[in-house]
Design a protein. Structure first.
Length: 187
């Protein structure tokens, strides 16, 4: 197995960082850039995790409720590979406008399966604004946390078996910066 970093490193020169610093609540905004975990109502109980993954190829469409029905997801990380980050680039207009969202029915069906994490290589599982936060809060009530802006490629998702997550629980932001590494089978 080889360990591959799957998190975005944001420097002070990155446009997302400059945007966050210009916000009236820059501390909270900085927590929501790069690879991060949203925590609107609660946060993880530990700062590090290692869990098995189940990958869903979302390059053509996001999964439907039926696609979760037979999946063993209890305590695992569900990885949605959309290819949006890889093809559009983090923070680009195309990236921000990509429709990588679950339906309410699909999210309900997913959460019944009790995953520990949902990771996506896009800006979230719910449409920007109210739905985005509502979906994240629904996940939190089920002890499942959404990690956004994860670096994925076709090669990585084909060999991804487990992930390691380190969460910055010291941050007062509702977005907790995190680092994610993939344990991938060597070729």
């Amino acid at each position: 197995m080889k360990l591959v970093p799957l998190h975005i490193e944001i420097t002070e020169e990155h446009p997302a960082y400059r945007w966050a610093k210009s916000q009236s609540d820059s501390v909270n905004a900085i927590g929501h850039i790069g690879t991060h975990l949203d925590c609107y109502t609660t946060e993880p109980t530990k700062d590090t995790y290692e869990v098995d993954v189940v990958v869903f190829d979302c390059t053509k469409a996001m999964p439907t409720a039926a696609q979760f029905a037979e999946s063993d997801l209890i305590g695992k990380a569900v990885v949605f590979y959309t290819c949006v980050l890889n093809s559009a680039g983090y923070g680009s207009d195309v990236y921000g406008k990509s429709k990588t969202f679950l339906t309410q029915k699909a999210l309900d069906a997913l959460l019944i399966r009790k995953p520990a994490f949902i990771l996506i290589d896009a800006c979230g599982i719910g449409n920007h604004g109210e739905e985005h936060q509502r979906f994240d809060k629904q996940c939190e009530r089920q002890n499942c946390f959404v990690i956004e802006n994860v670096l994925l490629s076709e090669e990585i998702v084909k060999s991804l078996r487990r992930i390691r997550i380190a969460v910055d629980l010291e941050s007062s932001s509702t977005g907790k910066c995190c680092q994610v590494w993939g344990e991938c089978t060597s070729k």
